[in-house]
Design a protein around this ligand. Structure first.
Ligand SMILES: Nc1nc2c(ncn2[C@@H]2O[C@H](COP(=O)(O)OP(=O)(O)OP(=O)(O)O)[C@@H](O)[C@H]2O)c(=O)[nH]1
Ligand SMILES: [Mg+2]
Length: 329
């Protein structure tokens, strides 16, 4: 998610008052009659400083998307990463500051215009004092938005027009290998809460339908009962996303996990999500002599046998996706 640069309270005030000074200098060197000058100068300072703050904050408010209008996946993502309530509160504080500073601008410009020239600088100082205290009051909110900017910098870019496929399976079963074989470009790596490896997203297009394949290493690769609340929430976020889950078994068990435990995780995920699942039995090239694999292969509907490393069977998988989702977008 894109958030523009967020100034600290001090930076905001420095910038606004510096601009105000420049505006004042312009008037000072202009040909305005002497008796009018000091009033004009102070008026310009108040206007320039307030408007600079309003513009900066309005620009931020315009560019940050309205959280409630975002797809659920992003709302949940933002909530897990930084907290939606705090985000809304901080944006609300910025909005509040814009309103108050606009009011102060009008109030003090009016006061300067009505006062004698000898009082104008005193009135301007009072205006600056009040502007400063408004900005200092939202200091924490500015700090929070800057933190949010950093934390949300590498948010996954989800294409909501594409058919979304999420890959699941124990570590080392061949998830990344399959993602690479299915998609053209190098998959993009984005942050994903509570997995250190992030999330990988690859794309391909077939017969005018776009597909995006998502690999979530460290998330859908472990028994659900071992997960903590936060990880379970991240799992929920995935449900907003996935139209179909590809579950990969390693039939050779060279990944280090038995087919029995791989099957348990498959059942876990199947029970947790209403999402349709496609089962793949991978590393078929290493499994020639493993007899009991057939027992597991026969336990799922329409299994596909693959050797992802060599790309064998990948086209059958793509065909399967096309049958279900092709032309739907
Ligand atoms: N022989 C053989 N090796 C494979 C096949 N598919 C993947 N591999 C190998 O298995 C190993 C693990 O593959 P990855 O794609 O990294 O597995 P992963 O599921 O992404 O693993 P994590 O990211 O750790 O969860 C790699 O050395 C692959 O080259 C296959 O069909 N046959
Ligand atoms: Mg991987």
């Amino acid at each position: 998610m894109f958030i523009p640069t967020i100034p600290t309270a001090d930076e905001m005030l420095d910038k606004a008052f510096r601009r105000a000074k420049k505006a004042a200098n312009k008037i000072r060197t202009s040909k305005i009659p002497r008796n009018l000058k000091s009033k004009r100068i102070e008026e310009a300072r108040v206007k320039t400083a307030s408007q600079n703050i309003q513009e900066t904050f309005n620009n931020i408010l315009d560019k940050v998307p309205d959280i409630e209008s975002l797809p659920m996946f992003y709302q949940d993502y933002i909530d897990v990463v930084i907290g939606v309530d705090q985000m809304k509160k901080s944006l609300g504080a910025l909005n509040w500051a814009v309103g108050i500073i606009s009011k102060l601008e009008n109030e003090y410009v009016f006061k300067i215009r009505r006062s004698g020239p000898e009082n104008s600088s005193k009135i301007r100082r009072e205006a600056f004092g009040r502007i400063s205290s408004v900005i200092n009051r939202i200091e924490d909110d500015l700090e929070f938005l800057d933190y949010a900017k950093i934390k949300l910098k590498n948010t996954p870019t989800i294409d909501f027009d594409a058919v979304t496929v999420v890959i699941a399976g124990f570590p080392n079963v061949g998830k990344s290998t399959l993602l690479r074989k299915m998609t053209s470009a190098e998959p993009k790596v984005a942050d994903y809460p509570f997995t250190t490896k992030g999330i990988q997203i690859g794309h391909f297009e077939k017969k005018w339908t776009k597909y995006q394949i998502i690999d979530t290493p460290g998330l859908l690769d472990r028994p659900v009962k071992e997960m903590n609340d936060i990880e379970l929430r991240a799992m929920v976020a995935l449900e907003y996303l996935a139209e179909v889950i590809i579950y990969i078994f390693d039939v050779s068990e060279t990944c280090g996990y038995s087919l029995e435990s791989q099957f348990k995780l498959y059942e876990d995920i199947n029970n947790l999500y209403d999402t349709p699942m496609i089962c793949i039995f991978n590393k078929i090239d290493l499994a020639e002599n493993v007899k009991y694999r057939d027992k597991y292969i026969n336990m799922v509907d329409d299994p596909l046998l693959l050797n992802a490393a060599e790309g064998v069977g990948v086209n059958d998988l793509i065909k399967r996706l096309e049958e279900f989702y092709g032309g739907k977008r």
